[in-house]
Design a binder for this molecule. Structure first.
Ligand SMILES: C[S@@+](CC[C@H](N)C(=O)[O-])C[C@H]1O[C@@H](n2cnc3c(N)ncnc32)[C@H](O)[C@@H]1O
Length: 212
């Protein structure tokens, strides 16, 4: 992610306010709450400045922020001291089956398809059986743009997740004023999907008020 790392290192100081600030982060965290049971360990993959991660921490999860950009993680360190991990998302230095929840907010659309699929496979690997993955999908469409590649296409992500043993829990969305990247004048609505790592026990179904 060399080019991307340089971009986000430079962007870190302005990132939060240009991407919807605290209101957007709060809305994203509320979407996670809709899809997964509360509490436990949460790995926020590509958590950036930790603005969403800190909301999730306030909601009771023990959060670790993983990101490839040192600049973004420096901002995250002020929010969640000692809870940063600089690493690429498709090779996470995290033990198998050790995490209750993995969140991936606004990452997959940035990646080529093979890398996005490795990130999903890594998420499946680090989750404990019964643990949950929550990811944003179809981000470009939310901005009124035609996606450059299908990395975060909802149907595609569903299929890859299923092959990895992640059963669909449901979908929801969050909105937030984020002028950045939008081709439309209205507030974008960002779709979010939840999956559960299948174990031998328990049916797959929605948690809270999630809808498929
Ligand atoms: C659009 S920002 C989203 C940040 C955060 N999830 C949020 O919602 O505020 C994308 C983040 O992904 C990180 N990133 C991009 N490619 C990555 C990769 N291959 N491995 C780890 N982090 C990556 C960037 O450094 C950046 O912090």
């Amino acid at each position: 992610m060399t080019g991307s790392r340089r971009y986000y290192d430079a962007e870190a100081a302005d990132y939060d306010e240009s991407r919807g600030g605290r209101a957007r982060a709060r809305a994203a965290a509320a979407a996670v709450v809709e899809l997964v049971p509360p509490g436990g360990t949460l790995l926020d993959v590509a958590g950036g400045t930790g603005i969403v991660s800190s909301e999730l921490s306030d909601l009771g999860w023990s959060v670790l922020v993983l990101d490839g950009s040192h600049g973004m993680l420096r901002v995250a360190a002020d929010r969640l001291p000692g809870r940063q991990l600089q690493a690429v998302a498709d090779r996470m230095p995290v033990r198998d089956g050790s995490v209750d929840v993995v969140t991936v907010v606004w990452l997959l659309h940035l990646l080529d398809v093979p890398t996005a699929d490795r990130v999903l496979a890594e998420a499946a690997r680090v989750l404990r059986p019964g643990g949950h993955l929550v990811t944003t999908v179809d981000k470009s469409l939310a901005h009124g743009r035609v996606p450059k590649r299908p990395s975060d296409n909802r149907e595609r992500v569903d299929l890859v997740a299923r092959r990895l043993g992640l059963g669909l829990v449901g979908g929801t969305s969050f909105s937030g004023r984020s002028d950045w990247g939008s081709a439309t004048s209205g507030d974008p609505v960002f779709p979010v999907v939840g999956y559960r790592k299948l174990s031998t026990a328990g049916p797959i179904g929605p948690v809270g008020k999630a809808t498929a």
